[in-house]
Write a protein that binds this ligand. Structure first.
Ligand code: PEP
Length: 230
């Protein structure tokens, strides 16, 4: 499985260094033979150490460098050997106002670098209640290359993110099976994954892994969650 931690706007340079130490000390061969671990810290906390997990960037601007105030380009990520990025997270779409056009440009840039892309999609509660989830997800995938070989898709229903309201296994399986008709990319589920539900979610046949927010912010919690994954 792929188990990915989205630390969001949490952790400083010092606290993430400690987080890395705990993860590195606990990611033994048995875990690493079964799972790939990705961790997305805030950019200012990116760590220069050697890790047993893949360190990724939560955000970047599709440029080498340049006049893009407040942004982070390839040159800065390169200093930390970053070749894995999150794109399309609902918080960046909804709170930071990222458009489909910018998301598509980020995708093309990351693809041109050969980076691993964890591409997030997901419907809000209104779309879900209207029964339009599949149409909505298909539209979110329209502008990206679903055959890109370093692509991972994360299905994250917005109504399940940070709410404790995890999608049922039946919903996850139905949606991931639908996505499987469109791409060969590994398919993750995200939305209130925690220590109690990881065992069940990780056994859903269509599910290749999870993207975890809240339950990954403490290194010990994330390690315990990884150990529960089947
Ligand atoms: C996320 O935002 O990617 C996420 C899955 O958050 P949480 O696990 O807190 O629902």
């Amino acid at each position: 499985m792929i188990l990915a931690a989205n630390l969001k706007c949490n952790h400083t340079r010092a606290s993430f260094e400690r987080y890395c130490e705990i993860l590195n000390a606990n990611l033994g061969d048995e875990i690493l033979s079964k799972h790939e671990i990705l961790v997305f810290p805030p950019s200012v906390a990116l760590n220069l150490g050697n890790h047993k997990f893949i360190q990724g960037a939560q955000n970047f601007y599709p440029c080498q460098n340049g006049s893009f105030t407040g942004e982070i380009g390839k040159e800065m990520l390169g200093e930390f050997d970053i070749s894995c990025v999150l794109i399309g997270h609902s918080e960046r779409r909804e709170i930071l106002g990222e458009s489909d056009e910018l998301i598509a440009r980020k995708f093309e840039f990351a693809k041109s670098q050969g980076w691993k892309i964890v591409f997030c999609i997901g419907e809000n509660e209104a779309v879900y209640k209207e029964g339009k989830t599949k149409d909505f997800l298909a539209s979110q995938l329209e502008k990206i290359d679903l055959d890109y070989q370093n692509l991972v898709i994360a299905y994250e229903p917005i109504w399940a993110i940070g709410t404790g309201n995890t999608a049922t296994s039946a919903i996850i399986d139905e949606i991931l099976s639908f996505l499987r008709t469109k791409t060969k990319a590994p398919l993750l589920y995200g939305g209130s994954v925690n220590l109690k539900n990881i065992a069940e979610i990780s056994q859903i046949p269509s599910c290749d892994g999870v993207l975890v927010g809240t339950a990954s912010w403490e290194a010990e919690n994330f390690i315990n969650l990884i150990k529960e994954a089947k």
